[in-house]
Design a protein around this ligand. Structure first.
Ligand code: GDP
Length: 197
């Protein structure tokens, strides 16, 4: 898919103030610092579209972007930042659950996972939440340029093995690097395919 236009629309804490849900919506989420802003900027080809958050765990906003005047890309606030208070963690969970439940146009959630790590509890907990809520999702292993391709494959395999313990069917997986633009075509083609279904 060619990205012809990418526009910032709104930042919200309230789901009922998000743009009218009349277009397919793809949401991006992951642990703080997983490389979400970098990935969104790489996919859209707009360097400053998603702001790299200055302080993780600060204001938690749902950011909507309109791509090609046809689909919404959503930058969701990250999770798993150790220094966040119990209260803000609970507020994050309330907001995200509400978002996942109340966006009828939500087509797919991209769960970003740092390809350098073994399966981590906050990611597995979030994936479980998506599963229980019946939300379609795929996995994106980020920062693949940080280690050898073999090491990335081993980490992805460890993930797959972990997920196989609870899931019969495994989600689709993508391997990306924002700095080397790896995985861009695959992710954009996937979105295009789903949009055409
Ligand atoms: P966010 O908090 O999830 O939005 O993460 P950012 O996009 O702000 O990235 C966090 C840090 O990881 C920054 O220092 C980025 O430069 C770095 N980073 C993000 N993606 C990549 C990548 O694909 N490769 C490398 N080497 N660094 C990355």
């Amino acid at each position: 898919m060619l990205i012809r236009s990418a526009k910032f629309l709104t930042s919200n804490t309230r789901v009922d103030q998000c743009p009218v849900p009349d277009k397919p919506e793809y949401a991006f989420i992951g642990r703080s610092n997983v490389g979400k802003s970098s990935l969104i900027n790489m996919l859209t080809g707009h360097k400053g579209l998603a702001k790299t958050s200055a302080q993780p765990g600060k204001t938690q906003l749902i950011n909507h972007f309109l791509i090609n005047d046809y689909w919404y890309l959503v930058d969701l606030p990250g999770y798993g930042y150790a220094k966040v208070s119990k209260d803000s963690r609970a507020a994050w969970e309330r907001m995200i659950r509400f978002y996942l439940r109340e966006r009828p146009n939500l087509t797919c959630v991209f769960v970003l996972i740092d390809s350098r790590h073994e399966p981590l509890a906050p990611d597995l907990a979030f994936i479980d939440m998506l599963g229980t809520m019946g939300v379609p999702f795929v996995l994106v292993f980020t920062k693949a340029d940080k280690q050898s391709a073999l090491r990335t494959q081993q980490n992805v395999a460890a993930y797959t093995a972990k997920l196989s313990e609870t899931w019969d069917e495994l989600p689709r997986q993508f391997i990306t690097s924002a700095s080397e633009k790896t995985g861009r075509d695959e992710v954009l083609s996937f979105i295009e395919e789903v949009n055409q279904q």
